[in-house]
Design a protein around this ligand. Sequence first.
Ligand code: FES
Length: 355
Amino acid sequence: MAWLEIPNIDIYFVVAVLFFFGFVEFLLGHYSHSKRSKDDYILELGGFFVVGLTKSIVVFVAHYIATLIAAPWFGVFANWSLWLSLPFYLLIDDFLQYWYHRSAHEYKWLWKHHYNHHAAEDMGVFVSYRNSWVYYLIMPNIWWTAIATFLGLGAAAALGIMIKLVIISSSHSTWVWDKWFYKTKALSPLMSVIERIVITPAFHHGHHAKSKLDGIGDPNGNFGNAFSIWDQLFGTAHFSRQFPKEYGLMETPKDPWYSQLLFPFVKSNKVDSEIHANFEFKKYTQNEPLQTKLAAGKYLYCQCGYSKDQPFCNGSHHGTKQTPLVFEMKKERTVSLCRCKKTKTPPYCDNSHLA
Ligand code: FES
C-alpha cells in the first residue's frame, strides 16, 4: 500500500484517532463530569510526549545496535506481502505486550511504573498515556517495532500501530460503543465473536475496576492490549459484558504528576505512596484472628498479607501474583477472620496460627 510509505503517516494517524475519540468524549460530556484533577490532565499530556520521545530514542538505539550486530539482516523481510507481514508483526507485538503488561501487575518493581495508569478514577482515551517514562523505555513491543522496521517490516509495523491504536483508544474510551451491541439481542452473537478476538471497552474497563467486589471487573485479569486471545489462552480472560461501578485503586496516594511520570528520578512526597523514598513493602500478618461483627454484604479478604487493614484487602497485592478473596455474609454475624494466612478455610480462622 503506497500510502503507508508517506513519512510519519502513523504519527498523523495517532493524532487523528486521539482527536476523534477525545472529541466524541467531549460531546458526550465526559470532561465536564470527569473526576480528573489538574495533575491527572498534566500527567496524561506529559505521558503523550514522553511516549513520542521514548519511541524516537528506542528506534535510534535499536537501529544502531542492529546495524552493529546484525547488518546482513537489514531489510531481509522487505519482500514479504502485507498479508503475511502484518499478522506476523501484530501477533509478536501483542504477545510481548500481554506478558509485559501482566508482569507489571505481578512484579512490584514494574508495578511502580504502571500503577499510575490504574490510579485514574475514570476512563478516557488519554488514560493509555499514564505510565512512567521507564515503562515506555523498556516496553518490549516498542523495541520489537524498531527491530521489525530494521528487518524490512516497516509498512506492516506502521499499519499495525494504526490498527492497535484504534483498538486501544476504543478500549480506554468512555464512549463504550459495545454496550449497545450487548443490549441488542440480534447483535449479541456477533459480539461473542468480536470480543473473543479484539479487546472491547467492556473487557478492558473490567481490568480498570477498583476491585472485583462488584462481580463485574477484575484488575488481576484482562491484560491483553489489542487482542483477547492471550487472556483466553493463559487463563486470565474475564468476560462480563458490563462496566465496573468504580475505577481506580483502592487507596490512591495522589502523587504529584512529575513523580508519576519521572519515577525513579523523582520520588513522591506522599509518605504512604509506593513511590516514596522510604516506602517499605512488608507483611502485616498477625498471629491471632480478628473477632468481628460483619453486616450482610460482600468483603475482600487479604490473602497476600501486605494489607495494613488486616484481614481485609487494601489493594497492596498489586505488583504481586496474589489476589484477594471475595466472601459474602448473607446476614449480620460475628466471625473469626484469619490474620496469619495459614488457615485452610479462608477467610475464617481454623486455629492454624496455634500450630
Ligand atoms: S492487600 Fe489485597 S490481597 Fe492482600
